[in-house]
Design a protein around this ligand. Structure first.
Ligand SMILES: [Zn+2]
Length: 167
């Protein structure tokens, strides 16, 4: 089942680098949930943003399977579990941090675009004694850019915008 997380979708589609967003803890419980996460993004195939699916590379998936708290095979075989993705339990002090390279695949033309480098981390919320899971982009290609129309409408107040439209 795919995870619903508006904050993470917004982060992928619209956030500038280094903007920190609190995202669903389902990605911490099992980072494989990142695979096939849907979000809108610009593509050369269409003037409108297209649905893209997030893809993990095979090496990451293999490491995530090794670290999975739901997979006891590695424990039985005596092979040390990969700790890169740690274990995560809400309400306990167990947390994790991993940096992941992720690719977006356009569902219209199957082109692989864009590429993100994302820092995922657990952080204690001051005063709440609760751990939340966050993500922030630390790299993106194509680079993040402010869309001209959004930029203009943010610059102008409602009053000015009215005038601007009439002009
Ligand atoms: Zn496309």
């Amino acid at each position: 089942m795919s995870i619903k997380c508006n904050e993470f979708r917004e982060l992928l589609s619209n956030a500038p680098l280094y903007k920190k967003s609190k995202i669903s803890s389902a990605f911490a419980s099992n980072p494989q949930n990142l695979h096939d996460f849907g979000f809108p993004f610009e593509c050369l195939c269409n003037p409108e943003p297209q649905t893209h699916l997030l893809k993990l590379d095979e090496e990451s998936i293999r490491r995530m399977v090794d670290a999975s708290p739901f997979d006891h095979n590695s424990a039985l075989s005596g092979k040390p579990r990969n700790r890169a993705y740690g274990e995560y339990q809400l309400g306990s002090e167990v947390g994790q941090r991993f940096i992941e390279k992720l690719t977006g695949e356009c569902q219209n033309c199957k082109r692989s675009n864009p590429i993100f480098l994302i820092d995922f981390f657990t952080e204690l919320v001051e005063g709440k004694n609760e751990y939340f899971f966050y993500a922030k982009k630390i790299g993106q290609n194509p680079p993040f850019s402010i869309k001209p129309e959004t930029f203009v409408s943010k610059l102008l107040s409602t009053e000015n915008l009215d005038f601007y439209k009439k002009a």
